[in-house]
Ligand binder design. Structure first.
Ligand code: NAP
Length: 486
């Protein structure tokens, strides 16, 4: 007879960022206290703890990029900077009593489902524990990737990834190379450009850039939001609807030309040199990769101490980088702004990555067939190119809470989606994806997996995702009672 009393905790949440904390708060709100949050670092905050590069900010307005159940009337500007978002997350964790549940320094390395005991065995850097249910909330972008460039190991200067910013290194007056021109680079390049002697920006693909309509909130506005929360709700709803309207452009690539014209105007206004402008002009449809919002990046590239190099990197030497055209440029520091590798946790016997063979699939982006009692926040096809992923997380939390309640009511010891329900959902997503800018945009991006499938993006209105996850279709799930377990 399986002994479920030996389970250390009912629910183990892996990761203390937006997803993990949101999950923990929902459990607390429903009076469930038997859970832990396993956090590999020594503080909560996830991506907003790790990314502390100069200029780090969210490119979705804070009034939308925050929990609907914990609105913050005190955002100081429309696109808040990293320290403010990090503080917001800590405030939420403290306000809802989550902190005592957090176990720091627990880097989860492997998990094994024990069929007899109907529980997960979790191996972490701080020891082993067992849980009936696991919620993976590690975030899709938590492991920085540094490309394997020829000769990189010989480099004698300072080098680091943008997500592991070396704050001890003073870049003032130094010759700096930045590799990559994605969402992180466009935020820190203008910040360091003013300080460094020379800045070489190695661009592989030019990003589409739109102006960012950022502004401060006055004390009076914040007071109004505090006094009348409905005003803040309306403000949030307005931002939400503006973002949702963009989905139409993503779904009909030809309509993207309007937004592209705005980007071209911005480029023309900020970059006078036609040769540089040509280098910075994308050759694919906008939205195929993440659209970047910044007012400062392009003007920074036009400064005399900046060179944009598009010939590719041939090799890295002890104190220089040689491009593919053979031009050698001396550098003191290299900053890799080269993005992240999607995270997978080792599940013994059969890993999720083995099951997925490079192409992640999940039921509602939240559970995978064959993996009982395992939830994933921001799993396959839940990413967005146009709005706030916190909204997607909240939709998932609603489904997780429904499944947990259903398990309790039906006396189930385990639950997983039926393979056919998962296949139907994946087919539905692929149907919605067809003809959108994410598949027909003519670019390579981290949205596409090794099979060329877009397994990252939710290709539709977010309210459709939320509506879909607000209901539990019991017939889509396969539940087992303790006595039925082997
Ligand atoms: P990213 O957007 O994936 O950009 C990586 C950059 O590095 C790209 O320009 C890429 O070029 C380049 N690159 C990668 N490997 C290279 C190589 N071997 N040689 C030369 N260039 C190389 O990474 P990120 O800027 O760190 O942003 C990652 C994600 O984090 C974003 O997409 C976004 O979802 C999120 N983010 C969000 C915010 C926010 O404000 N909400 C801010 C920062 C980041 P290619 O384009 O040619 O691949």
């Amino acid at each position: 007879m399986p002994d479920r009393t030996s389970v250390d905790t009912r629910i183990a949440i892996i990761g203390g960022g937006f997803g993990g904390l949101g999950m923990a708060i929902q459990l607390k709100k429903r009076g469930i206290g038997d859970f832990v949050v396993l956090e590999r670092a020594d503080d909560i905050g996830g991506t907003w703890r790790d990314n502390s590069y100069p200029g780090c900010a969210c490119d979705v307005e804070s009034h939308l990029y925050s929990f609907s159940f914990a609105l913050n009337p005190d955002w100081t500007r429309s696109f808040s900077r990293q320290p403010e978002i990090r503080r917001y997350l800590r405030d939420c964790a403290e306000r809802f009593g989550v902190m005592p549940h957090v176990r720091f320094g627990h880097d989860v390395r492997a998990m094994r489902w024990e069929e007899d005991a109907q529980r997960w065995r979790i191996e972490s850097s701080a020891g082993t524990l067992t849980a009936s249910v696991v919620v993976v909330a590690t975030g899709p972008l938590s492991d920085p990737v540094v490309p394997d460039l020829p000769g990189a190991e010989r480099f004698r200067g300072v080098s680091f990834h943008s997500a592991q910013w070396n704050h001890a290194c003073d870049l003032t007056g130094r010759r700096v190379a930045v590799i990559g021109t994605g969402a992180s680079a466009v935020q820190f390049v203008p910040e360091i450009q003013r300080r460094v002697a020379k800045l070489d920006v190695y661009q592989r693909t030019p990003p589409w850039i739109l102006p960012r309509l950022d502004r401060d909130f006055s004390e009076k506005e914040r007071r109004r939001f505090r006094r009348w929360p409905l005003l803040q709700r309306l403000h949030r709803a307005r931002i939400y609807l503006q973002h949702e309207a963009l989905v139409v452009l993503f779904r009909h690539p030809r309509m993207m030309q309007r937004a592209q014209r705005v980007a071209f105007r911005h480029l023309k206004k900020t970059i006078a040199d036609p040769a540089l402008r040509a280098k910075l002009t994308p050759g694919y449809t906008m939205g195929c990769k993440r659209i970047l919002l910044t007012n400062e990046y392009l003007p920074a590239l036009g400064q005399p101490n900046v060179e944009v190099i598009t010939t590719g990197i041939g090799e890295i030497r002890e104190r220089s980088i040689v491009d593919r055209a053979g031009v050698e440029r001396p550098v003191d520091a290299i900053i890799y702004a080269t993005g992240f590798r999607p995270t997978t946790i080792g599940l013994e016997a059969r890993t999720l990555s083995e099951t997925w063979v490079g192409s992640p699939k999940a039921y509602l982006g939240t559970m995978a067939a064959g993996f009982p009692n395992l939830f994933m926040l921001l799993g396959p096809n839940t990413g967005l190119g146009h709005s706030s992923v916190v909204y997607m997380i909240e939709a998932q939390l609603a489904q997780v809470m429904k499944v947990l309640r259903y398990m309790e009511r039906a006396g189930l010891s385990s639950i997983e989606p039926r393979a056919e329900a998962q296949e139907a959902f994946v087919a539905e997503v692929e149907g919605r994806m067809r003809g959108t800018v994410w598949t027909a945009g003519g670019c390579a991006s981290w949205y596409l997996d090794v099979t060329g499938r877009n397994s990252t993006i939710w290709p539709d209105f977010t309210w459709r995702f939320r509506r879909r996850l607000s209901r539990l279709r019991a017939r889509d799930y396969l539940g087992r009672r303790l006595t039925e377990a082997r």
